[in-house]
Design a protein around this ligand. Structure first.
Ligand code: ARG
Length: 588
């Protein structure tokens, strides 16, 4: 079977032909989904451009074009309306025919990309030796959703967690360990990994050591200097520091894997800043050979400012005066590494929007140094802050920064309480509460535009009604219950044979147009588009469910058609949820 063509493309072709048939340019016939679904399903606004080109009133053009399409059997009504729109509504038969094609399409109507260009995605970005906090939550949730959207569209994506593991924080931690445990062999100059033992790190100490060392460095100049020296020596692979560092990284990574795993976030590559180290000499030599590097106050820098800059864009520091590398150095070297390993069409970074200047500097420098071909996109999706109900960055009750593990626990506990309140008793109640808690957190985040700040309101996110993850999971369980009571096998490929109400027509349209939502979500880097799509579909389904007694319907054909509608609604909803990185539950 050939690829399923997008419905708006099919309609655009018909309308373009009508424009051409009336003597106007073919390209004027682009059809889009109507923004007033109460008036019509689709619309074409080409008559306005035609009016300018052909010096005629737009309404007249729209009238001529509409008249040519009246006999099209797929169209129920086509109208030219003031001041010149063409409004289109399709017949139920055609909607059902297209729905059936979606049902048998291997990608369930999601358009497939044929550009053959891969994407490297950089998200998550936890820092070794620092607890995962809610800033990393947003990166992980949004990044994971975008990765899954791209994959649903057939695009190859390499996801890289890009651990923060090679900068000053590492030096601070090692410096502090060296003051607390000077007897450890790893602090001796002549440490030999073959001969000497490494300490077993106490997880509690590992958790508190970075904040402690960081605070100390702000008051104790000598300690700060020591940490800088250690950072440099670590980057030069002094054996004892390097061995201790490896220990630190692996303890931290297994922690991160657990928490990200709980959020259904996973990575193909568990690289970190340190993995770019081998590419730094090459970076320096490229920058040098292109005459981009120069010295400034003992450091090696690249100027990236431009004349038309509205803000000050400082030079990129490649080597500090103590010869250590910076955050920018590792990011640039990582670009060389990614280009070599994957030659991607795009590298997408999902990072806090407060880092936008850093990425602007890095991208400019990468372009000047031609680290990637001209047509490789370097893009930065900067996300906003998750705030508490006071509108300030989200904190724990006692004012501390909220750790991710705590947040997940709180959400799970509250979901459990709600389930118990609703008299839900089942042996797997805890597992279900966990999934609801995660769905609430993730959907609550994803339903906002990434770049906007939003208020984290767990009570609202856990509500069974409204635009919440909980409501969507609940809708799926309702459908499960109908289908299981009707004895319908989930793999059955039944397809609806009729549309008996407005709510059903809405369901059908939402399903038919869900594929285009994936495309828009990816091009706008906005998973919220899929959240809207899932919510609209679930709401239409709820209306349908309330208005009808599906299981006791006597008209056999209607009943079967309704069950088929339940089936495909569930398939599409589950796919949307899974693409958002949210696991559905069987029952609740
Ligand atoms: N580790 C960084 C942080 O916590 C985020 C890393 C983002 N990715 C990157 N390639 N710089 O702020």
């Amino acid at each position: 079977m050939g690829k399923l063509e997008k419905l708006t493309d099919i309609l655009s072709r018909a309308v373009s032909e009508a424009f051409a048939g009336c003597g106007y340019d073919y390209s004027l016939g682009t059809v889009v989904v109507s923004d007033r679904l109460d008036l019509c399903q689709f619309q074409c606004n080409g008559s306005f451009a035609a009016a300018k080109l052909y010096k005629k009133p737009p309404l007249a053009v729209a009238g001529e074009v509409a008249a040519r399409l009246e006999s099209d059997a797929r169209i129920k009504s086509i109208e030219a309306v003031r001041p010149g729109f063409i409004n289109i509504t399709l017949t139920d038969e055609y909607l059902l025919e297209y729905l059936s094609a979606v049902n048998s399409d291997p990608s369930l109507g999601v358009p497939q990309d044929d550009s053959n260009k891969s994407i490297v995605m950089d998200y998550g970005g936890p820092n070794v030796a620092k607890s995962l906090h809610i800033g990393h939550l947003r990166s992980a949730i949004i990044g994971e959703a975008i990765k899954r959207i791209a994959r649903a569209m057939g695009i190859t994506v390499y996801s890289d967690v890009h651990l923060g593991n090679w900068g000053t924080p590492m030096g601070l931690v090692i410096a502090e360990y060296s003051e607390r445990h000077p007897e450890w062999a790893c602090f001796r100059e002549d440490f030999d990994p073959e001969r000497d033992e490494l300490p077993i790190l106490d997880p509690e100490e590992l958790n508190e050591i970075y904040p402690y060392a960081s605070a100390k460095s702000k008051q104790d100049e000598a300690f700060k200097e020591k940490a800088h020296r250690i950072t440099f020596e670590l980057q030069s692979r002094r054996p004892g520091y390097y061995a201790l560092w490896k220990q630190l990284v692996s303890a931290s990574v297994s922690d991160v894997k657990k928490i990200f795993g709980a959020l259904n976030v996973d990575f193909d590559l568990w690289y970190g800043e340190s993995d770019s180290d081998g590419y730094i000499p090459e970076l320096v030599s490229i920058l040098d050979s292109k005459g981009l590097l120069h010295e400034s106050e003992g450091a090696l820098v690249v100027d990236v400012k431009r004349e038309d800059d509205k803000i000050t864009v400082p030079p990129v520091i490649i080597k500090k005066s103590d010869s250590s590398s910076t955050y920018a150095t590792t990011d640039l070297a990582t670009i060389i590494q990614r280009e070599r390993d994957y030659h991607p069409g795009k590298i997408l970074y999902v990072v806090d929007k407060r880092q936008s200047l850093h990425f602007e500097q890095v991208f400019r420098c990468a372009r000047m140094a031609e680290l990637v071909p001209e047509d490789t996109q370097l893009s930065f999706l900067g996300f906003g802050t998750m705030n508490g109900s006071d509108g300030k960055p989200f904190k724990t009750r006692d004012g501390g920064t909220m750790k991710l593990s705590e947040l997940i626990r709180t959400a799970t506990d509250e979901a459990l309480e709600k389930l118990r309140d609703s008299q839900y008793l089942s042996s797997d109640i805890e597992e279900i509460a966990r999934k609801i808690g995660i769905a609430a957190i993730k959907f609550g985040d994803l339903s906002n535009q990434p770049s906007k700040d939003y208020i984290f309101d767990l009570g609202k996110f856990l509500s069974f009604d409204g635009k919440t993850g909980t409501y969507l999971l609940y809708t799926v369980t309702r459908i499960n219950s109908i289908l299981s009571r009707a004895g319908i096998d989930s793999l059955s490929d039944l397809t609806p044979s009729g549309i008996y109400s407005d709510a059903e027509r809405e369901i059908v349209l939402d399903i038919i147009l869900s594929g285009e939502a994936y495309q828009k979500a990816l091009s706008d880097l906005a998973p919220s588009v899929l959240c809207d799509c899932a919510y609209n579909l679930a709401s239409a389904f709820s209306r349908f469910y309330h208005d009808n007694r599906i299981l006791s319907e006597e008209d056999g054909e209607k009943r079967t058609s309704w069950l088929a509608l339940c089936l495909i609604t569930r398939r599409v909803l589950v796919k949307l949820l899974e693409t958002l990185g949210i696991e559905p539950v069987e029952h609740m």
